[in-house]
Design a protein around this ligand. Structure first.
Ligand SMILES: *[C@@H]1O[C@H](CO)[C@@H](O)[C@H](O)[C@H]1NC(C)=O
Ligand SMILES: *[C@@H]1O[C@H](CO)[C@@H](O)[C@H](O)[C@H]1NC(C)=O
Ligand SMILES: *[C@@H]1O[C@H](CO)[C@@H](O)[C@H](O)[C@H]1NC(C)=O
Length: 487
């Protein structure tokens, strides 16, 4: 891109700003059809953006947090499919089924911000999960080494949930030795866990009389030590028939600027390439069963920010592009959850990023990334079932912390229909550090989501971009994203 010479009378500070803002355009060619142009294409799940609920907190989210149903239904409105959910987490291995209780969950904590050290749950837990319109993966206990209790619970889950997609047998087993879980008392390792998973998959699957019912893996420590490839290598055909999906957990952590860096996101996803390939090699989907920005409920200085929202958006798109079928963003203790998209009283900025990603993927059958993940600038294209490009998402991951000049980057798209106009919707925040739960401004297409209800507010705003010679240019401020609608 040419930089126009400024009039000599222009103050130096403006000249510098102009030079800064006018970095060379990044150019991408949008393929006219899926599976062309030398790009890689990932087939898409109907709703790749999902939510994970911490086991003990699930009934509270579904009965006592008003925003839950609206936040999920906003995405159903975009995609036509209820977002997939997963129920599980550390407290699934602290939970025991109690056929005698009519309560969803029974536990006590000295502080409402705590997760319970042990709990029981009744059949109504699964009746409640069965009311959800989307698919549900539920986690059950393996850590306590009480397989009969888990079978009893699994039978109720199958009976009560027409929407049951799969059952996990244990959460993040690599931490069980240090957590003092009974099953790890005689020693624990990836190999011992794999042998245990395999036996439990067969025992529980047989008791249910169901194949294709287990979501296997569920580790958090990075592959290859713990992961799908390591697990699959230990499985024979008997075990494999009970496995529906392979899952891993991921909490990349870091600072806001490192988290939202597109280059960082792309390299974080490459950690899982071999595991994804191993799962797909078995003809089984690979998912992020539990994930979010920073482990342990999130970091106050990172997880609630607009930068984390941009991470959420780019991360789930890069995961989908990497053939990770579904990404379940974890929601922990109500009222003590830095990375939550919503809570009882306030919205979290990350919901906006997840919504922008959902809008790109809505109704699409394939996704391509046009960039190679080596720069700060991302571009994704979604494709309709008829093979035509639906939408392009552009992301400028340069970090803007809120002071000084906000740089910008021009993106040039070519390969479009020769002339005309396209509409676009912008994801904007005051800065990468803006927090909607602290009064910071974040908007998606000019709209906001209301605290406490998750109802959309404000006028939906599109901008119009002019296409000329099959090309269109758009300028994105640092820490900003734009969704261009080609149809
Ligand atoms: C719902 O939330 C409120 C506010 O935290 C709490 O006092 C109440 O006990 C909760 N009710 C249930 C059924 O969880
Ligand atoms: C398959 O593996 C399981 C344990 O993982 C074992 O119990 C079973 O005997 C094996 N089946 C065959 C046919 O080798
Ligand atoms: C994802 O899977 C498709 C086949 O379904 C393959 O063509 C593509 O290369 C894979 N993507 C990546 C990034 O490996």
């Amino acid at each position: 891109m040419m930089i126009a010479s400024p009039p000599s009378s222009r103050p130096l500070v403006l000249l510098l700003a102009a030079v800064q803002a006018a970095a060379a355009a990044v150019s991408f060619t949008v393929p006219g059809r899926v599976n062309t142009g030398g790009y890689q294409y990932a087939p898409l799940d109907p709703a790749p953006v999902g939510i994970s609920f911490e086991f003990f907190a699930f009934p509270s989210y579904f009965t006592n947090v008003t925003a839950t149903s609206q936040c999920l239904s906003n995405w159903k409105g975009l995609t036509g499919t209820w977002p997939p959910i997963r129920i599980g987490g550390t407290t699934q291995d602290r939970a025991q089924y109690d056929a005698a209780t009519s309560a969803y969950v029974v536990y006590s904590v000295s502080n409402a911000a705590d997760a319970p050290a042990s709990l029981t749950f009744g059949s109504s837990f699964f009746t409640l999960a069965g009311t959800y319109g989307g698919s549900v993966v539920t986690g059950l206990n393996r850590g306590k080494n009480n397989v009969q209790n888990t079978i009893d619970a699994a039978k109720v889950a199958v009976a009560e949930m027409d929407n049951l997609l799969a059952i996990e047998l244990g959460n993040e087993p690599e931490y069980w030795a240090s957590a003092g879980q009974p099953i790890a008392s005689g020693g624990w390792s990836p190999a011992l866990d794999a042998a245990s998973q395999n036996n439990w998959d067969i025992t529980v699957g047989k008791a249910l009389g169901k194949t294709g019912i287990i979501q296997a893996g569920n580790s958090n420590d990075a592959p290859p030590t713990w992961g799908a490839a390591e697990l699959i290598a230990t499985e024979n055909a008997t075990v494999k028939q009970y496995v529906k999906t392979y899952a891993h957990h991921n909490y990349p952590g870091g600072s806001v600027s490192s988290l939202m860096s597109h280059k960082g996101i792309a390299s974080n996803l490459h950690v899982f390439d071999a595991d994804v390939e191993a799962a797909l090699g078995e003809g089984k989907p690979y998912v992020f069963g539990e994930t979010n920005s920073v482990s342990g409920g999130g970091a106050a200085s990172v997880s609630p920010t607009f930068g984390a929202a941009l991470w959420t958006m780019d991360y789930v798109l890069r995961a989908s592009y990497s053939n990770i079928s579904r990404t379940y963003f974890h929601h922990g203790t109500v009222g003590n959850c830095q990375y939550c998209f919503w809570g009882r009283y306030s919205m979290g900025a990350p919901y906006y990023g997840a919504t922008a990603a959902t809008a790109l993927l809505a109704g699409a059958s394939h996704l391509a990334a046009l960039d190679d993940g080596s720069s700060a600038y991302a571009s994704y294209v979604s494709f309709a079932a008829n093979g035509t490009p639906l939408r392009v998402l552009l992301y400028n991951s340069d970090y803007y912390a809120g002071s000084g000049t906000r740089a910008s980057q021009t993106f040039q798209l070519s390969g479009l229909a020769a002339t005309g106009t396209v509409r676009a919707k912008r994801l904007v925040g005051d800065s990468a550090l803006a927090r909607v739960d602290q009064g910071g401004k974040v908007t998606w297409g000019g709209q906001t989501y209301t605290d406490g209800s998750c109802k959309v507010s404000g006028t939906e705003t599109y901008e119009t971009l002019t296409v000329s010679g099959g090309q269109v240019a758009a300028t994105l401020a640092a820490s900003e994203a734009l969704l261009v609608y080609l149809q």
